[in-house]
Ligand binder design. Structure first.
Ligand code: BG6
Ligand code: MG
Length: 215
C-alpha cells in the first residue's frame, strides 16, 4: 500500500504570492527591487536562506543580529495575509484528490519547509485531514536534504519506496530522489525534469493518472 507526502506552498495552496508581497516590501525598504523572477529562487527554500538570497540580490551585507528583526518583520506581514486565507485558496483538484485518497484508505502526510504550515492548514480547513505533519520546525536540514520526507515516511509507518511525494520546487524533487521516493512535480516539466512524473498544475490529478501511478 502506497502513501502520499505533500509539500504545502505551491501544491496545496498558492502562498508564493504572499511570500512575494512580504519579501518585496522588505527589499524596497532596504532600497532595492525584488521581482517575481527573483521570487522563484525562494520557492521551497527556508525562511532564513530566503533572506540570504534576497540580500545577495540587493547586494546588502548584514550581520546575523541585524537579520533577526527583518525575518520577524517579513513573517509578520506574511501572516497578515495568511490570517485572511479560507478554503477557497486550496488549489484546484486538491480537495478531490484528498477525498479520493480517503476513500481508498491511502494515508497522507505533509512535508513542508514552512514553520507556518499548521496555521495555514488550519486556515484552509485541512489541518485534521493529514495523518502526520512534518514542517520547518521538525527538521534540522532543509530540502534538498531528504530529512523532511524521511520523517514523514516514519510517521506514516511506510518504507520510503512506498511513498509518493508531490512537490513544486526543484529542491523538493531532489529531496524526494535522495529519499528514494517516487515524485510528482507540479509545474514546468523542464524545470522539474528530475521528477518521476510532472503535471502542469494540480487540476491534472485525474483518476486515470492516479490509477496509473498506484497500480
Ligand atoms: C516553503 C516555501 O514551503 O516554506 C518557501 O516554498 C518558504 O518560499 C518556506 O520560504 C518557509 O516558510 P515560512 O512560512 O516558514 O516562512
Ligand atoms: Mg512548494
Amino acid at each position: 500500500m502506497k502513501a502520499f507526502i505533500f509539500d504545502l506552498d505551491g501544491v496545496i495552496v498558492d502562498t508564493a504570492k504572499y511570500h512575494f508581497l512580504a519579501w518585496r516590501n522588505l527589499a524596497n525598504e532596504l532600497g532595492f527591487e525584488f521581482t517575481e523572477e527573483h521570487n522563484e529562487l525562494l520557492k521551497g527554500v527556508s525562511r532564513v536562506r530566503s533572506l540570504d538570497i534576497l540580500l545577495e540580490i540587493g547586494k546588502v551585507e548584514l550581520t546575523e543580529a541585524q537579520k533577526q528583526p527583518l525575518l520577524l518583520k517579513k513573517n509578520e506581514e506574511y501572516l497578515s495575509y495568511v490570517y485572511k486565507m479560507t478554503s477557497d485558496e486550496i488549489l484546484p483538484g486538491i480537495s478531490e484528490l484528498l477525498d479520493y485518497l480517503d476513500t481508498k484508505k491511502i494515508p497522507y502526510a505533509l512535508g513542508s519547509a514552512s514553520k507556518n504550515a499548521p496555521l495555514i492548514l488550519d486556515k484552509v480547513g485541512l489541518l485534521k485531514r493529514f495523518t502526520a505533519i512534518v514542517d520547518g520546525n521538525d527538521v534540522s536540514k532543509a530540502k534538498p536534504d531528504p530529512e523532511v520526507f524521511l520523517i514523514g515516511a516514519k510517521k506514516l509507518n511506510k518504507k520510503p519506496e512506498d511513498c509518493i511525494v508531490v512537490e513544486d520546487a526543484i529542491a523538493g524533487i531532489e529531496a524526494a530522489n535522495a529519499a528514494k521516493m517516487m515524485s510528482i512535480g507540479i509545474g514546468d516539466a523542464k524545470l522539474l525534469s528530475e521528477a518521476t512524473y510532472v503535471l502542469a498544475n494540480t487540476s491534472e490529478f485525474t483518476l486515470e493518472f492516479l490509477n496509473k501511478i498506484l497500480n
